[in-house]
Design a protein around this ligand. Structure first.
Ligand SMILES: [Zn+2]
Ligand SMILES: [Zn+2]
Ligand SMILES: [Zn+2]
Length: 146
């Protein structure tokens, strides 16, 4: 599900920011490229087609803001780049998703289910620790490389 302009505007206002075409465009680029994992430079390239005057620094700042709003997630897929992707939305919450990384061809597969809830519950009670987030990557061989 995507974030509507109204919703996005409200989220920005809560943080003291205004909805601008540039901010909307950066979010749209990430929303339209679901499942791709883009670097700030790649996002900048696409955003520039609509906002030719936008600089890379502004794209970086906007990415930072979208992360604070929990609309996008930052990823490290072990290829030496910092990448970003849109979060996953459903009716009442947002969740990042997890990735399967093929060690042979480098393909990255999205895992739809979170499956981490039971593990978190167990860790929380065993270690008396409040978990707020997790990052999970699985390594192996994809179906073509297996
Ligand atoms: Zn992903
Ligand atoms: Zn593979
Ligand atoms: Zn998760």
């Amino acid at each position: 599900m995507s974030v509507s302009s109204g919703e996005f505007k409200r989220m920005l206002q809560e943080k003291g920011f205004k909805l601008t075409t540039q901010r909307r465009t950066v979010l749209d680029v990430l929303q339209n490229n679901k499942g791709k994992h883009m670097t700030a430079e790649e996002i900048h390239e696409i955003v520039r087609q609509k906002c030719p005057e936008i600089g890379l620094a502004t794209v970086y700042r906007t990415i930072q803001l979208l992360q604070e709003l929990k609309l996008i997630d930052k990823l490290n897929l072990d290829d030496g780049y910092i990448r970003y992707e849109i979060g996953k939305f459903n009716d009442d919450n947002h969740h990042h998703h997890h990735h399967l990384i093929c060690e042979n061809c480098g393909k990255v597969i999205e895992v739809e289910d979170d499956l981490m809830g039971t593990i978190e519950e167990r860790l929380e009670s065993e270690y008396n620790f409040k978990i707020t987030d997790h990052k999970v990557k699985f390594y192996g061989l994809c179906k073509d490389c297996k």
